[in-house]
Every structure is written in structure tokens, then in C-alpha cells.
Design a protein around this ligand. Sequence first.
Ligand SMILES: Nc1ncnc2c1ncn2[C@@H]1O[C@H](COP(=O)(O)OP(=O)(O)OP(=O)(O)O)[C@@H](O)[C@H]1O
Ligand SMILES: [Mg+2]
Length: 356
Amino acid sequence: MGLFRGRNNLVGIDIGSSAIKLVRLRPVGDAWELVAFSLGHLPPDAIVEGRIMNFAVVIERLRDVMRESGLKQSQCAIAISGSSLIIKRLALPEMTKAELDESIMWEAEQYIPFDINDVNVDSQILNPRAGQGQMDVLMVAAKKDVVNEYMSVAAEAGLKPVVVDVSIFAALNMFEANYSLPPDQTVALLNVGANSINVGVISGGNVAFTRDLSVGGAKLTAEIQRDFNVSYEEAEAFKTGAESSLSSSTIAREVNRIADRVCESMVLEVQRSLDFYLATSVQSDIQRIYLTGGTAQLPALIRALERRMEIQVELVNPFRNISVDPRRFDIDLLQRAASVAGVAVGLALRRAGDAI
Ligand SMILES: Nc1ncnc2c1ncn2[C@@H]1O[C@H](COP(=O)(O)OP(=O)(O)OP(=O)(O)O)[C@@H](O)[C@H]1O
Ligand SMILES: [Mg+2]
């Protein structure tokens, strides 16, 4: 029981389908300093639909990012997302956390389409409704086999995952650490990755809605690959504009045309989710959409969102409140990679002993 017990932030490790992101933060007063950030790309078939297909390559890449970061600490926070998760907001009679822990399995059973014995269930009391004898509870159920899959690759790479978070919750934590919202605002946060979009809505300071969609920027890479008959790596370079000669060429025009079409279909799915939220809540509008995740850097996505949703869109900077020593990090490079770090920053805010 050391003096600093509980003060140590965990290593945040976001195992995404296109890349593993590692972030380590150090608390400095009420803020944080960046200690490590590294990124390791994965081939497109290593993780498919949230399931790890190629364990060896994921473990190897985990070892690479740890080595590159130079960290000795192995306690980490990881995240899962997608169809292996059920997240539900429940209105329950007021009770203590201990009572809730005892009854949550019973409550959860009716909302879970899998065998209750195949899931881990966790819950959090959101807001006791004063005087009404009721409270809002956030219930999270995660398939044990998927949790075990992610825990085991981490363990094989020499890490100790002590917190398993949910990707959208980690992204929302990162957002709240960096942006302060007026409590009466309702905003959406989208984490737009390679094969998924994690949607979260915060209203009145609470998580009001979450949904994971299985579309993302990899669709654009695949279409570029097919259209131009190029490799995955070349298509990625076309997409991200890494080929500097692209800017005025016919290739760039064609890439933009495909990007507009793919982003339009992504935005339609986002719109369907947000419309569903608005139709089932007392809120009548969303004031702003914040974006994180690698695909958030696509200008075509921001254009399509603003056009279709008629809501202002803003790219989140996950390092906004985090001090970065320019002698240790290339600030330009970090700012360009900032979008992909969103979930990993949220995970790096977690501490050992936090509840799941
Ligand atoms: N500058 C850029 N412009 C467009 N797309 C980009 C850019 N930088 C990265 N991307 C895309 O972002 C995606 C990677 O983002 P991210 O790391 O958030 O995804 P992931 O976590 O691996 O995926 P998922 O969470 O869906 O499994 C890739 O599809 C990549 O091509
Ligand atoms: Mg991701």
C-alpha cells in the first residue's frame, strides 16, 4: 500500500482492426502529460468483425508497440466494442450499488440475446432520481469469449490487462477530459475507425445513447483497391493523400469521388442511429457532432455529415488538455496522428482498481 497507490495511470492499449494504439499518460496536478504514444499497423485480415483471426500477428504487433514505447509497466487497459456487447440504460427502483450488483444478472437476462452464463455483466448507477424512488442504471454485458480473446493476446504479449473498457466509453472519457460542455447541451461523439463507427450521445452530462455500427474507412480502401487495381498499402496511401503528387491528378479526383459515395453511405447509418435516439428521448436536437478515429480525418466525411445532418461538426483533439514535451515528441507528427489516438487516450486515463 504505497503512497502513490491508485495514482498510476494504466497503459492505454486500443487494439483496432487496422492498428494498435498505445498511450501512456502521467498525472500532473489536475492535468496530464504524455509519456508514450506508439502505433502498430495490422494487416486487414488480422481482426475481422471484432474477432481476432490472426493471434500471432496481433501479439507480435503488441510486442512491437510496447518495445517502441520503452515502457516497463505492463498493467494496461484495453477495450472491446461491436456486436459482442449489449449496452442498455435501465430505469430501476432505487437501491445501493451492492444491491444492484446482486440483482443485475436478473435484470440483464431479459435484454441479452445470448446465454446469461456466456456474458460478463457490469453496471453503473447514473443518476438517482431524487424523491421518485427510481434510478437510471447503465448495464453493460460483454461476451466472455470475446473479452477472453483480447485479454489473452495482451497476456501473450507480456501485458496485464486490469481494466476492460468499452471503446465508446473510453472515447467519451477522452472527450470529457479535453472539452467542457455546458450541462444543458446534447452532443454526439463518433469514433470512426477502419471497420466500425462507435456512436455516443452525451446529454445533461450523462451518456444517453450508444451504438456500434459496422462500417468504416476500410470500405473506402477496398473500393480504391478494386477501382485502381492496387495493393492495400497503395490504396491506403491514395486515401490518406500520402502520395504528395496526388493533389491535382485525375487519381485524386477519382479518390474523392469514391470517398464522397462511401462517406454518404456511412453518414446514412449514423443518421439512422441519431434519428432513433432523438425519436426515443426527450431531447429534440443534437447541438454538435464531435469526431475522433482515423477516418474522422477524411474531409469527405465531415462534408457529408454537415450536409445531411445539418449539425456543426468538429474534429476532437485528444491531446487538447495533455501537455506534450516537444523534446520527446514530434508535435507535427503527433497532431497528424491525433485522431487515431482517441480511444487509447481514454484508456490511458483509467487507473488500476477502476470498475470495468
Ligand atoms: N489522414 C487520413 N485520412 C483518411 N483516412 C485515414 C487517415 N488516417 C487514417 N485513416 C484511416 O483511419 C483508419 C484507422 O483509424 P483507427 O485507428 O481509428 O481505426 P481502428 O481502430 O483500427 O479500426 P476499428 O476501430 O474500426 O477496428 C484506417 O482505415 C485508415 O485508413
Ligand atoms: Mg478503433
